[in-house]
Design a protein around this ligand. Structure first.
Ligand code: FAD
Length: 149
């Protein structure tokens, strides 16, 4: 599962098919928007990374009553859904709507914030009760073979 089924705009989540089964259906979006946010709890959790892993963690933690702030280094949330997968397979509008659903549910997003540069785990741990790191695998690794470029 990538995005929590009950919060997901895209029906693939329910079928656990894959992230590219898209139904561009506004009704689905409107239905998901009606999910009620639970009262924010006293405990605060920071989630670093706004890809599917970070968004999923943020959603379930929010649902469990925690106050959530998602940090990401990029200008837009969504991780590889925004920056890796081509629009003809996953339109950016779908990802943006999905992120908006999470914002409407009370999840805060602090973008353009790089862990290791603008903040550190120690700093986050001072301001939050827990830190969840979902940074993906953005650093490429060289295979070390001739002609790999
Ligand atoms: C072209 C392409 C097609 C794909 N197709 C499919 C598919 O059909 N089905 C499928 O299931 N999967 C597919 N995937 C894989 C899927 O996109 C990834 O498995 C998924 O995005 C991983 O989610 P993640 O949250 O772990 O990481 P990511 O999506 O990579 O998100 C990590 C986030 O962390 C942020 N971050 C990283 N470092 C820092 C830092 N130091 N400080 C702050 N923020 C940071 C990044 O900016 C990013 O937003 C595809 C991937 C690509 C590239």
């Amino acid at each position: 599962m990538i995005i929590p089924p009950e919060a997901c705009l895209v029906p693939f989540c329910k079928k656990r098919g894959g992230i590219l089964r898209i139904k561009r259906n506004n009704e689905v979006y409107q239905k998901r928007r009606s999910i009620k946010s639970p009262k924010a709890g006293v405990k605060k959790v920071s989630v670093v990374g706004s890809g599917p892993a970070g968004l999923s963690a943020a959603y379930y933690l929010m649902k469990a009553g925690y106050s959530i702030t998602v940090f990401d280094q990029m200008e837009e949330a969504g991780g590889l859904l925004t920056y890796g997968i081509p629009s003809y397979r996953l339109p950016k509008t779908v990802v943006k709507k999905q992120v908006k659903v999470f914002e409407d549910l009370g999840i805060k997003f602090q973008l353009r914030t790089t862990l290791g540069k603008d903040t550190t785990v120690d700093k986050l741990a001072q301001s939050f009760d827990a830190v969840f790191i979902a940074c993906g695998a953005w650093k490429e690794r060289a295979a070390g073979v001739k002609g790999e470029d």
